[in-house]
Design a protein around this ligand. Sequence first.
Ligand code: FPP
Length: 234
Amino acid sequence: MSEKIFPRHIAVVMDGNGRWAKKRLMPRTAGHKVGASNFKTICQYANSIGIECMTFYAFSTENWKRPKEEVDTLMSLFAEYLRDSVNFKSENIKLCFIGDRSALSEELQDLMAKAEKESADCTGMRVNLAINYGGRDEILYGVKNICKKVSAGEITLDQIDAEMFDKSIYTADCPPLDLFIRPGGEYRISNYLLWQSAYAELYFCDTLWPDFSKKDLDKAIEVFAGRNRRFGGV
Ligand code: FPP
């Protein structure tokens, strides 16, 4: 039987900032700045239409390979966004981070911890920002968490199941991932939410992230609503 529902949890790969800037003869970093501003617009809109949770790919474990100037600009944009708590608190947005934050600067780690604490009681949409995040890394993180419990004798091998794994990774308290959106014209998952996307509906579009509008989000949600989700059944 088909199940037509509003997505509870949407993931977004914010792709295409570099190409957006190049088309305008601007440096790639200019594209990231406009991309950051669009992130705020889309969060605000998604919260206003009642989306429960969104997870944005802001920096992957592979993005360290980019030129230093670009990495520094991205880190500054994250810090700038977090310094101004109006960005999320006035929107009643609960901000969380996924990924390995130990490689980030102490200043950024402090800002992240502060933002999580300050927004912990917000009752609107939950926004997960994936920074220094990799899907394979996250799976290993989950495996290690479970192994620790096995070796401490807290659980047995037989008790390990998908539900336990769900609770052992970064998105433990999030609704199941329903919709995976990738703007920017590429058709890959790029090591993003590998475990969570098992039954997510995939939506790709050519619009570059800085141009991805509220209407584009509406369209993705509309397409999702028209999909026939069978979760392996008939
Ligand atoms: C991928 O596009 C984008 C990134 C690696 C960075 C995404 C980060 C932002 C949009 C800034 C987020 C800021 C805040 C405050 C959350 P790309 O640069 O690889 O684009 P390209 O494929 O056109 O080169």
